[in-house]
Design a protein around this ligand. Structure first.
Ligand code: SOE
Length: 387
């Protein structure tokens, strides 16, 4: 396949993950832009990337580049994605798509108007076992879903001294755990079941109302290894913990616990879906197994093995059974779909990667959740859609 030339903007944990995954597909990372010229220059030399840019505008405007990956803090997604679309580039944007619903609506409309491929990186959809879970639900093996529950728990912001740009509302937005990890969970369960969330009821808690901000930039997750930093006390307004109740369009109930201060939980995303015929359960720290629960026969544990999968899931599995697939492989699957769509000249059927419309929908859910937590009541998503 003839792949376009790509620029990656943002060189933190995410930007580097994108670069490595693009290379696994043989896609040329032509240029990079970071938070400074120095960062871009040294990443380009370290990773043997031909070109570095002084800033994101230079990358977006480079006529050699046909696609851009936006791996920057959330507050930059809107302006960078908008500029890139206007400049005729295909855009793969990190989640959440924007800071507000107004911004994400504008981006989703612009994406529709342009003949370009656009995606939001809800990569967790692409664990092979999750694809298999989706295929099984679509084939009716679970029956009617009636309880959809789970959690997404991390501990990298457990201490008062843990710091990251996501804690700053100007960069991360008004919501933190909900936007950063909660939207992954909501995207996953709605993608798997095909059911929309219609109503939410949420409550939040900020465990560290004061945190210690280092006097210099700390990369995502890197703070766990830093000691004796010089810091300033900063007041924190965003949630460390959120608990959300859901009602889905078929009447099913759900709930999720979200936290970035749960000791021992590194990236512990799990869901369990109970249906009228069986139940399924999966967790990201053991991603190659699907638990299948029955009332009238022994429960099963399905190990990832494409030869045992539905064809749709098999097609999106990279390695044979017994060869574990994990977090970085999900990026490869998203990018392979994305560049496949560019090569074929059209956006794929729904059910592949998350589109800008899906990214906008997550922003609507975030707004409904925020309103619910502020007003202490159930909020219908349709209330938010009308705005
Ligand atoms: C940090 O919470 C983070 O890196 C998220 O931003 C990612 O989306 C998630 O996949 C892992 O955790």
């Amino acid at each position: 396949m003839k792949y376009p030339k790509v620029a990656v903007i943002g060189l933190g944990f995410m930007g580097r993950t994108h670069i490595h995954s693009l290379r696994r597909l043989g896609i040329e990372v032509y240029g990079v832009a970071g938070i400074s010229e120095d960062e871009a220059k040294s990443a380009a030399s370290e990773l043997s990337i031909p070109k570095w840019y002084r800033n994101s505008d230079e990358a977006i405007e480079d006529p050699e580049v046909q696609a851009v990956h936006l791996c920057t803090p959330n507050n930059l997604h809107f302006s960078q994605a908008k500029k890139a679309l206007i400049s005729g580039k295909h855009v793969l944007c990190e989640k959440p798509l924007a800071m507000t619903m107004i911004e994400s609506r504008e981006l989703a409309d612009l994406a529709k108007e342009k003949d370009l491929v656009t995606a939001v990186n809800y990569n967790l959809r692409f664990y092979p076992i999750c694809q298999e879970a989706r295929a099984r639900i679509a084939a009716g093996e679970l029956g009617i879903p009636y309880l959809i529950h789970g959690a997404y728990l991390q501990d990298w912001l457990f201490l008062k001294s843990d710091w990251n740009w996501r804690l700053e509302p100007q960069q991360g937005g008004n919501l933190r755990v909900v936007a950063d990890i909660g939207t992954h969970w909501m995207d996953m369960v709605t993608y798997l079941t095909g059911l929309k969330i219609t109503e939410v009821m949420a409550d939040f808690s900020t465990i560290h109302p004061i945190r210690l901000q280092p006097t210099f930039e700390i990369a995502t997750y890197a703070g766990k290894l830093e000691k004796n930093l010089s810091t300033n006390e900063v007041s924190i307004k965003t949630e460390d913990v959120a608990v959300i109740l859901f009602r889905f369009e078929n009447g099913a109930l759900g709930n999720v616990s979200l936290s970035q201060v749960s000791a021992g939980r590194k990236n512990f995303f799990w869901f369990e879906i109970s249906g009228s015929k069986s139940a399924i359960r999966w967790d990201q720290e053991n991603p190659n197994e699907l638990w299948i629960g029955y009332r009238d026969q022994p429960n099963q544990l399905l190990s990832k093995d494409p030869s045992l999968f539905y064809p749709e899931a098999r097609a999106l599995t990279g390695f044979p059974g017994g060869h574990a697939e994990g977090y970085p492989d999900t990026f490869v699957q998203v990018f392979s779909q994305f560049y496949g769509a560019i090569a074929s000249g059209k956006m794929p059927e729904t059910g592949k990667f998350a589109t800008f419309e899906d990214g906008h929908h997550e922003m609507q859910l975030c707004d409904a959740i925020r309103r619910s937590a502020l007003e202490k009541r159930w909020v219908k998503v349709s209330e938010i859609e009308k705005q």
